[in-house]
Design a protein around this ligand. Sequence first.
Ligand code: NIG
Ligand code: FE
Length: 416
Amino acid sequence: MNGGVLFTGISELRTPELVVSDAVLAVEGGALAWLGSAGELPEPYCSWPRRDLQGNAVLPGLVDSHTHLIWAGSRIEEYGRRSRGDSYENILAAGGGIHATVAATQAASEEELLLAALTRARALLQDGVTTLEVKSGYGLTIEHELKMLQVARRLAESQPQRIVPTLLAHVVPRDTPRQTYVEMFTSELIPEVRRQGLAEAVDVFSDEGAFSLGETRTILEAALRHDLAIKLHAEQIAPTGAARLAAEMGALSADHLEQSSRDDWAELVSAGTVATILPGAAVVLRKPFPDARAMWDAGAKVAVATDHNPGSSPLYSLTLALQLAISLGGLSVDEALVAGTRNAADALRRPDLGRLEVASAADFLVVDGKDSLLPLYAWGARTIRSVYIGGVKVMSVDDDRTWPGFDRASDAGGRH
Ligand code: NIG
Ligand code: FE
């Protein structure tokens, strides 16, 4: 037990299921060696060097299990049109929407895409996200899908957050017959992505206006043959049976679920498939908000993610997504935290993340105040004082203060 560090002076530690007052975290080799209340610290740890967290609360690092972080161009004009009543579906069918982002992303260099993604990842980090999934899906050719996943790899190498890359079958390119695209995706792209180790999972936008259920099955079968995990964009635009297909095929998660039914949830529960809701897309597209409360009560493992993307969810804050899941989805505050940590990590097949327990990764947030749930309460405020990944401090609000008199979140119920 050499070389470890103790984090002391923790007013309240949330794991996320348990709450410990006056807590200590013992970190060694990037993982948690011990945690508990200060009065019960075992003798062997007492000689470890200490870092005093000064009476602030600690939470597990947040996990954003569904993002389209890499993209170029702008959809602001489309956002304005939709605000005046144009539908997302019509804009997509007319060659705009996702296709507009595809054109801009194909035209962008790896460097341009990386720079833009770094800025977005930084915003998520300041908001407490220590792990994020990043999808391809705006490339639509072998060359450009691989380019996107190369950017995801460089993103993982050039900043501290943990990145989990996913290959996404998003839509069929407008100039390609459907069958040809599915064939290219399954027999060339998936094997190449697997060969280069560029993704951990394959996702399909299985919906009206995107991939049919049959096409989805073909793509997912190819993914499984190549030992990649699978997940789905399911039941967003129309009820298609995609959530049940996700369950049947053993997907890690079924995401969106705006149009899902109780029968769908029952299948997800039996399969152990995570039910991921994406509050940004539901609210921005003015769709029915998924009934997270009923899903949770039905036994589903509910996760919440940003779905960050330039069209349906230009959202740079997972805490805001969690707040929406509380206010519009009916989750309790502590359930929402589980949905943005442990359950989201399970959706990424990373059981060592999203919780604080012995042997889990030492990814944690120091809240700006003594109440651990402050980040789920104060809307739009900077409530996270610092972020640690693998026990190393990777963000501090102090580094971001650029003018004298900047006054953290003190009005939001933090410190007075
Ligand atoms: O998860 N639903 C499909 N894909 C994205 C939207 C992508 C876009 O509009 O650019 C989503 O909402
Ligand atoms: Fe998405």
